[in-house]
Design a protein around this ligand. Sequence first.
Ligand code: MIC
Ligand code: SF4
Length: 657
Amino acid sequence: MGQTLVYKILGEHLVEGKLAAGEQIGIRIDQTLTQDATGTTAFLLYESMGAARVKTDLSVSYIDHNMAGFGPENHNDHLYLQTIAAKCGVYHSRAGNGICHQVHLERFGKPGATLLGSDSHTPTGGGIGMLAIGAGGLDVAVAMAGGPFYLKCPKVLGVKLTGKLNDWVAAKDVILKLLSILTTKGNVGWVVEYFSDGAEGLSVPQRSTITNMGAELGVTTSIFASDEQTRKFLAAQKRQQDYQPLAADPDAEYDRIIKIDLAELEPMAACPSSPDNIKTISDVAGIETRQVAIGSCTNSSYADLMMVADVLKGRRINEMVELAIAPGSREVLNMLAENGALADMISAGARILESGCGPCIGQGFSPGDGVASLRTFNRNFAGRTGSKNDQAYLVSPETAVASALTGRITDPRDLPELFGLRFPKIEVPDEFEINDDMIEQPPGEKEAAKVEVLRGPTIVVPESPKSLPQKLKGQVLLKCGDKITTDHIMPAGKFLKLRSNVPEYAKVVFNCFNEEDKPTFAERALKLKEKAVGGVIVAGESYGQGSSREHAALCPMYLGVRAVIAKSIERIHKANLINFCIVPIEFTDPADYDKIEDDDEFVIDNLLEAIKSSDEIKIAKADSSLTFIGKLELSDRDREILLSAGLLNYTRRKVDG
Ligand code: MIC
Ligand code: SF4
């Protein structure tokens, strides 16, 4: 039987375990990426592991999330990251150079290589045929120190793309279609591999839009073959030497196949407030919109923005709409500036934002009350825009620009009739204008030794987890429902700047559930911690969806949370919980979820014994009114990490022998 591309790359990088779905495997990591919102913690933890120069082929640290600079925090982070990168042999992409995934694709991504990034959209690199996986910062720190990355060997979902997209239908619509089929839950442990003639016809930026938003499916990663399109893209980036052709064997067998005929797709939207709340644009057309944002790591490539500029050229946006455009990288922004496209956007009334994450992570451009906001981004979780009760729709750049012109959600296929427009077919240019001045190459080892690492006072080394007790006395701090995202657990927006200061950031854990005049989650948790009672979070399906932010484990750990009991837990978040010594437990019988209430007290006898050797754990209410069995789905390594009080201690112990 032939091999899938995923298994070929995994096989090449396998250092531990057996290459069979469901087995625990360790793989060698060639490249890492970190960004500033997760990077400071990653580097602080890296430093406390005692590691010096990174052992990967290439590690890059990006500044793209925290750039607004209200107060000293952001700049302190930038200076720390710039100097620690130089010290450790890491490339540093400076603020203004662009979004990590876009820049990495342009300047560093390599077909066939493995990339581990402390950001859930790292799979953007799958568009160039690399195995690119998102993880918590501590896992990335371990990879920078030369350690393998451990994962469950995935099942492979083959997505057979046939035919060609019609005019005005975009790559975004392909992934929205897949989200409508697979939803955001139940896909843990899978990788998506796209193939067939439809896939071959898509350019690298189109492919990357699709693999980027695979993160919303909750799959480990997504990948396309490396072929003529890849060669063309790399050649245009003057990196032809990084190209190698790669594909699945013709007789490769997939664990499941989904077929999508590109010619049958139509423009779609993810409606408020989940990326899988999919409707066709014809279903939502006519809804009034007063805010449109184009950008993010999903849709801010040169081709996307040239199409937008072409549509805007010589026109004015609707007088009730504010349109923001954030080019994904300085390379793209420069090219738009030089060829006049930027002037077309500005003349049409667009507000040009700097190259970075910006509104995608709630850094400004929040919508007004009751405003339907159209965004070309990848996430529309409630409140992520920075406004309570927001109404965010995720759409393609084509739909976004059409709607910016009309002030209503508009099917871009109506543009020819409405404005006499022809579809602007934008190709990937033969040559990008390369300028790597804002990417700092690390100095050699001798020079690096002399670098002074700048640590502003807002950068606080995170506390280490305490060992788990044999008998855990716990209390439910919060019972929440299905699809709780890491944005619910650890809000970004105006709190994002607190990422380097866990005691401060921890104050807003589960802020969205805090009620006025009542003690906050953090206050209640700290009270329990003082009494040596472990905090417990109870949740429904798909707990911890969304981002890779390990603060969603690190901050609850700081507040004394010791266990999460959920119907199911998402991959990256589960790993983060284990890394910070919070026990992830899944309900054996989901009906037990209904028997638990806020403030219930629990006792778990023999916690350590269970972690050591059992797949089950007995949990009893302190008043003996309920006893139930939870599942412990843990690898041997997970068990050791929990018993060592977290990954950092585990790694230190391993190093000390
Ligand atoms: C996001 O899109 O939610 C983020 C911000 O990029 C996160 C990382 C973070 O929280 O810093 C992600 O996707 O992992
Ligand atoms: Fe940045 Fe948004 Fe992409 Fe996250 S999803 S990396 S916040 S642009």
